[in-house]
Design a protein around this ligand. Structure first.
Ligand code: MN
Length: 269
């Protein structure tokens, strides 16, 4: 198999830039970064656009290789989640949470759902990640808050306009067929906000046509204090603090009832 050319400094982000009007969206314009020195980053953004999906991004070659995963990741090793490759994103995108204006590319709400570092499962640093990516068999270990352990991305269709991959959990101590992570984890890893709270966050609407226009800096979560629910009133804070654990428990109870059906479905496959 031919070795993939390393992208030029602008090369890999041409499609990303072509799709966006940076005078209207506050997504970062970004650039191809220098090669990673040490750890590689990953991020998962929950994106309520025309269709809800999870954007799974892995740092490689100075950009974030990106996949749209309609159903999100699963901790059940018998589940294969379709991951449609999309355009490379700049590394600056990793701090992006907020609203993309309606009518713009990807218009909707973006939540930082998970983030952390990753590496090739068998070691070997970025070269091993590159080799796995080129081969279409990318075995990685994720060190996130919500996603941990060993996972694989397998390319199943290269020819399509969007290469199709499958995202699968490997069997390890983190694998758990009964843990429905996308149903149970519904808040931002960065700000603790729900999708609704992000969508109504006044300071994070990027297309406002007053003082925010022309601000080259994405108003990402980096600038914000890392509080659990920064935009809520005290009463709402207390309410959500009370509701959250109960919700989690009921989700656990529900998912505990489901495996029979799931296992039956797995057998059918
Ligand atoms: Mn997306």
């Amino acid at each position: 198999m031919a070795t993939r050319k390393r992208p030029t400094r602008a090369g890999s982000l041409v499609e990303y830039k072509r799709k966006r009007d940076f005078s209207k969206t506050r997504e970062p314009e970004g650039r191809v970064s220098d090669s990673a020195k040490g750890t590689l980053r990953f991020v998962v953004q929950k994106h309520a656009a025309s269709h809800l999906h999870f954007d799974f991004r892995l740092e490689l070659n100075g950009v974030m290789k990106s996949w749209a995963v309609p159903k999100g990741p699963s901790y059940d090793p018998s589940v294969r989640r379709l991951a449609m490759q999309v355009e490379d994103h700049p590394i600056e995108y990793n701090t992006f949470e907020g609203i993309i204006p309606k009518g713009e590319y990807g218009g909707g709400t973006v939540m930082l759902w998970d983030r952390g570092t990753f590496g090739p499962e068998a070691g070997g640093g970025e070269d091993a990640v590159r080799a796995g990516y080129d081969k279409g068999d990318l075995k990685i270990t994720l060190h996130g808050k919500r996603l941990r352990g060993s996972w694989v991305l397998v390319r199943i269709r290269r020819e399509a306009e969007r290469a199709q991959w499958l995202l699968i959990k490997h069997r390890d101590r983190f694998a758990d067929p009964d843990y429905d992570v996308v149903a149970e984890v519904t808040t931002s890893v960065a700000t603790g906000r729900t999708m609704e709270q992000i969508a109504s966050g006044r300071s994070r609407v990027w297309n406002s046509n007053h003082e925010e226009t022309g601000d080259p800096e994405p108003r990402g979560v980096r600038r914000s204090p890392r509080r659990k629910t920064p935009t809520k009133t005290t009463a709402a804070k207390r309410a959500s603090a009370k509701v959250a654990p109960a919700k989690r428990q009921s989700a656990k109870r529900q998912s505990a009832k489901r495996p029979t059906r799931k296992k039956a479905a797995a057998k059918r496959r």
